[in-house]
Design a protein around this ligand. Sequence first.
Ligand SMILES: CC(=O)SCCNC(=O)CCNC(=O)[C@H](O)C(C)(C)COP(=O)(O)OP(=O)(O)OC[C@H]1O[C@@H](n2cnc3c(N)ncnc32)[C@H](O)[C@@H]1OP(=O)(O)O
Ligand SMILES: O=CC(=O)O
Ligand SMILES: [Mg+2]
Length: 522
Amino acid sequence: MVDIQVPGGPVERSAEILTPEALEFLAGLHERFASRRDELVAARAGRRAEASRTGRLDFLPDTRDVREGDWRVAGAPEDLKDRRVEITGPTERKMAINALNSGARIWLADLEDANTPHWENVVGGQVNLADAVRGTIGFTSPEGKEYTLKPDIRHATIVMRPRGWHLDERHITFDGRPAVGALVDFGLYFFHNAQALLDRGSGPYFYLPKMESHLEARLWNDVFTHAEKTLGIAHGTVRATVLIETIPAAFEMDEILYELREHASGLNAGRWDYLFSIIKYFRDAGADFVLPDRNDVTMTAPFMRAYTELLVRTCHRRGAFAMGGMAAFIPNRRDPEVTEKALAKVHDDKRREAGDGFDGSWVAHPDLVSICDEEFTAVLGDRPNQLDKLREDVAVTADQLLDVKSTPGAATAAGLRAAVDVGVRYLASWLGGNGAAAIHNLMEDAATAEISRSQVWQWVRNEVELDTGATVTADLVREQLADVRRDLDGTPHLDVACELFEQVALAEEYPDFLTLPAYERI
Ligand SMILES: CC(=O)SCCNC(=O)CCNC(=O)[C@H](O)C(C)(C)COP(=O)(O)OP(=O)(O)OC[C@H]1O[C@@H](n2cnc3c(N)ncnc32)[C@H](O)[C@@H]1OP(=O)(O)O
Ligand SMILES: O=CC(=O)O
Ligand SMILES: [Mg+2]
């Protein structure tokens, strides 16, 4: 008998979610899969160190048969055939309703980049998802505004994103060991909703983040198969879209789809974590891997083009959906000038993706749904997707995926200041329970904040010279941090945010994820 404890204690409506049966189901997942997860996460460091030492990664020789073989992923269920617009957002109650009502085809219900895993958010997110699945979700704002699902419209199909493999959930323990965050998020959602979703003509659909190898995808596939069998749900009911958002995963797109082929729906070009991963992977590999200011690195940089072209090519060859990523520009309903610029940038981004062959893309805000829809509809016409656009013209090499040094742009003092400023502001927001925030009119979340702090770490390590002639040193960063702290005086959680920023941007030993030390502080 596994000893199941919930040190997180009761929160609003937790009794509906943390039922004895649901906890037993989680214990079963934990027993079967937690140690494999530990081994896979531990294996990441060795591969990373070797890539950094050699400055190389390559397609795997052992899986050539998979890359060259003729196989396809499972067909799409009806409500995943048209994915031209997907709105992402946290599972907070009001935003959940707004997302479902937004006109987007899909709502990526995010327990990951956009979520702080406060226990209230973890459980509250599951409460909101269960109500959303059943169509009963409602909310009254403190100002008295009523939110309900609009009648007579198609509500967005729910695709839930659990945490990545690296995070624990310490508010549930099994034999004294913290639960695996990803298994808690997946397990609770699947346990409570898989059958209810099927009864409504949908299904249990997932986005899978931050994987670094096809073996991690195999683990997810085994989790799905076990969960389906345990609850008597037909094998192959789950559909998963995998974010290709780490540099090693870009070398294993075929293999990842192959492992999940009975459950796979597609791949997504998660551009922000991808940039973070490249910096992280090659942070100590020398000047060839040093990127310019974050805002200079656009999707037209050669290495980003190589990545997205390869993703579309790989997906369509396998009958899988190729999903575009997030333009970080967001409108500001109080500032028409900001809004106009944001809309133009998002138009450009979605137009490029639709032209490249993507089947749909992400938006961060309801006011952007119509733009993404317009750009994809202009290319798709009456077709629900463009899986038939095979992109046989594309041939991408390892060198192209790793060609960071051809990225135009410069490392500037303003860029350094922005990285410190955004990093601290985001951490303060995250600590307060908001994992996504509008900062200087850009959407910031865990992935974009990872770029900021990793870039600072890399610039210090490589003694990068800025446009002003100054060399980036830990002392220079500390000066910037002191300025930012003065600017933000009075911001909730500022002291801890600054301490954390210093830790994740300047520690000699680079922390793998900023959310790991940050989780210790909530
Ligand atoms: C790298 C990646 O992983 S990207 C995916 C993860 N990131 C995300 O999902 C971020 C999603 N976006 C957001 O969280 C928000 O848009 C933010 C935090 C960036 C900005 O939010 P706000 O400051 O509230 O924006 P704003 O004030 O313009 O919102 C206007 C309305 O739109 C709603 N809204 C804004 N974004 C969303 C969204 N993504 N989903 C649903 N509703 C939304 C707000 O709740 C608000 O509703 P109301 O008028 O009923 O009060
Ligand atoms: O999850 C998406 C990303 O860009 O990161
Ligand atoms: Mg991401």
